[in-house]
Design a protein around this ligand. Structure first.
Ligand code: ZN
Length: 200
């Protein structure tokens, strides 16, 4: 199986209701105790998909950019502007917290110009779910390697939790390696949760 297949398979784990059964079915690791799988599921309320969402819409996407981010939105310029400011602040803080400000990161290409992280904000939950196929409980998801974050206007705690959570996943994975099988999911998830405001 190629590495892209492995990546897609790994990302798909995160958007299904039972990681335990999928792990078992894929045969990539031993089943964990039920209480552990439930705990992990409770921790990660954010879905991650391996496929690209459908971006076409009756409304056109508009864009705002900063040094490290591009925010695509269809409504609410003020919110898109706030997202950009929060994203830059979280990016700095996450790198600081992980001690990554002065190291050359393994898989990292600088988050500049066309390599900036892209954040797509759909107009509402229905449009987001229609485009992405995300489950009902998902408030956002991330594509690590493409540096893309998807969510929608009105997603609960987007600025405080979803945004820093997903950015931390990207920064951490870029440092440890996208296909690094020695990094357990709980560590990846713990780093992401640590970045959320109010979690510490
Ligand atoms: Zn997560």
């Amino acid at each position: 199986m190629g590495s892209s297949d492995a990546l897609t398979r790994r990302l798909l784990y995160r958007c299904v209701p039972s990681p335990l059964s999928l792990w078992e079915r894929a045969g990539v690791r031993k089943a964990m105790p039920v209480w552990v799988s439930r705990w992990l599921l409770a921790l990660c309320l954010l879905g991650c998909l391996g496929t690209m969402p459908v971006l076409s819409s009756a409304e056109t996407w508009q864009e705002k950019t900063s040094t490290h981010f591009r925010v695509f939105y269809q409504q609410n310029l003020a919110f898109a502007t706030a997202v950009l400011e929060y994203a830059e602040a979280y990016y700095r803080q996450i790198r600081l917290d992980l001690g990554l400000t002065h190291v050359v990161q393994r898989d990292q290409v600088a988050w500049l110009w066309d390599k900036r992280c892209q954040i797509y904000l759909y107009t509402d939950r229905q449009a987001y779910r229609q485009a992405t196929g995300a489950p009902l409980w998902s408030g956002g998801f991330v594509n690590y390697q493409r540096r893309m974050v998807y969510s929608y206007l009105g997603a609960s705690s987007f600025l405080e939790q979803i945004l820093p959570h997903e950015l931390a996943h990207i920064v951490f994975r870029e440092f440890v390696g996208f296909d690094n099988g020695r990094i357990p999911r709980w560590l990846d998830e713990g780093v992401a949760q640590y970045a959320e405001v109010g979690r510490r």
